[in-house]
Design a protein around this ligand. Structure first.
Ligand code: UT7
Length: 326
């Protein structure tokens, strides 16, 4: 059977940097608290008129260029996001039009911070069955547009950016070796943007009550995240016929440095085999793994046949992991 390989990566970040010191002037927090509790020094913030598809398109163009594949050959575009351009249509439709990829399937994937793993899992299925040959998997977020800048538990963490991978058919042993996705909707209220849907349609009251910004039960989420990421990572490592010590580079969702360190410690991964950019980028939800992967690839940290582990956890609650041989 043919495999699904990652043939190109790309990423795009807003220019504006918001430092911990900047946040000290907005909410009751400190550089020291943010750094020691999250590992974040600075995050990115998109401009007032900017929309998600702008950054997603730039990331996608880079992934296509690295793969050497023209947009006209795309069969499918999946955009994983919780912060679309608008409720209807899917942001993937705007990206398709920007790229010039006529008639290919395009849709959004909403699986919180695990969205990239979910989208990669769907793309893999279409490729290994032979149905499609070139699929863009994008993770993109402009979380700053949904932040309550008076809520110090969320405004210090979340950030903006986009990452993309171009997936094509390849030959084993290269490609996605194993991937797994999970959800527990009993904890749906742990991370929410409650307003703007059919439960709480937008009214003056929902705006006044702040229902259109991110609400997070951070500490409870934190405790579940480490265990869930460890479990799903072990699941895919085993499914790939490997052991944790075979992982050359762990590219985790950059949610919180303490979560990354906790998972790495439990899996017995040496810090030199973990890619971390949360200090510079913050938590970009579904965009964080593809941004980190693109940085790692361009820094030369990913070699031919390197074994990579991706793992994420987020709103839903959702979690998932993938093992890829480069
Ligand atoms: O992206 C995927 C899904 N999201 C996550 O995985 C996020 C997971 N959660 C986290 O990253 C962490 O829980 C946070 C960074 C959100 C919070 O860190 P924490 O260590 O869990 O803090 P906490 O919520 O237990 O709060 C501890 C204290 C509280 O004060 P008291 O009650 O002990 O006096 C908070 O009010 O820290 C306070 N606090 C802050 N202090 C200064 C909360 N946020 C801040 C802040 N600056 N920004």
């Amino acid at each position: 059977m043919r495999s699904a390989v990652i043939a190109g990566t790309g990423s795009s970040l807003p220019e504006r940097i918001l430092t911990n010191r900047d946040l000290e002037k907005i909410v009751d927090t400190s550089d020291d608290w943010i750094l020691t509790r999250t590992g974040i020094r600075e995050r990115r913030v998109a401009g007032p008129g900017e929309r998600l598809s702008l950054y997603a398109t730039k990331a996608a163009e880079q992934a296509l260029a690295m793969a050497g594949i023209p947009s006209s050959r795309l069969d499918m575009i999946i955009c994983a996001t919780v912060t679309p351009d608008m409720p209807v249509p899917a942001t993937a439709c705007f990206i398709q039009n920007n790229l010039g990829a006529p008639k290919c399937a395009a849709f959004d994937m909403q699986a919180g911070c695990s969205g990239f793993i979910y989208a990669l899992t769907v793309a893999k299925q279409f490729i290994i069955t032979g149905r499609y040959g070139a699929i863009l998997v994008i993770g993109a977020e402009l979380l700053s547009k949904y932040i309550d800048w008076k809520d110090r538990t969320t405004c210090v963490i979340f950030s903006d950016g986009a990452g993309a991978v171009l997936m094509t058919a390849g030959d084993p042993p290269r490609g996605v070796l194993a991937t797994s996705i999970h959800t527990d909707g009993a904890m749906a209220d742990y991370i929410m943007i409650p307003g703007g849907g059919t439960a709480y349609p937008t009214t003056e009251t929902t705006v006044r009550e702040g229902l259109h910004t991110i609400k997070m039960r951070g500490n409870e989420t934190f405790k579940i995240a480490i265990r869930a990421i460890e479990e799903v990572s072990r699941e895919v490592i085993q499914a790939a016929g490997l052991r944790p010590e075979d992982i050359d580079l762990f590219v985790p969702h950059q949610a919180n440095l303490r979560i990354i360190d906790g998972v790495a410690q439990r899996l017995g991964l040496d810090p030199s085999r973990i890619f971390v950019n949360i200090d510079r980028i913050g938590n970009t939800s579904a965009a964080s793994i593809p941004i980190a992967l693109d940085e790692a690839v361009r820094a030369g940290l990913v070699k031919k046949e390197s074994i990579l582990l991706f793992a994420a956890f987020g709103a839903g609650l959702t979690w998932g992991a993938s093992v890829v041989r480069w």
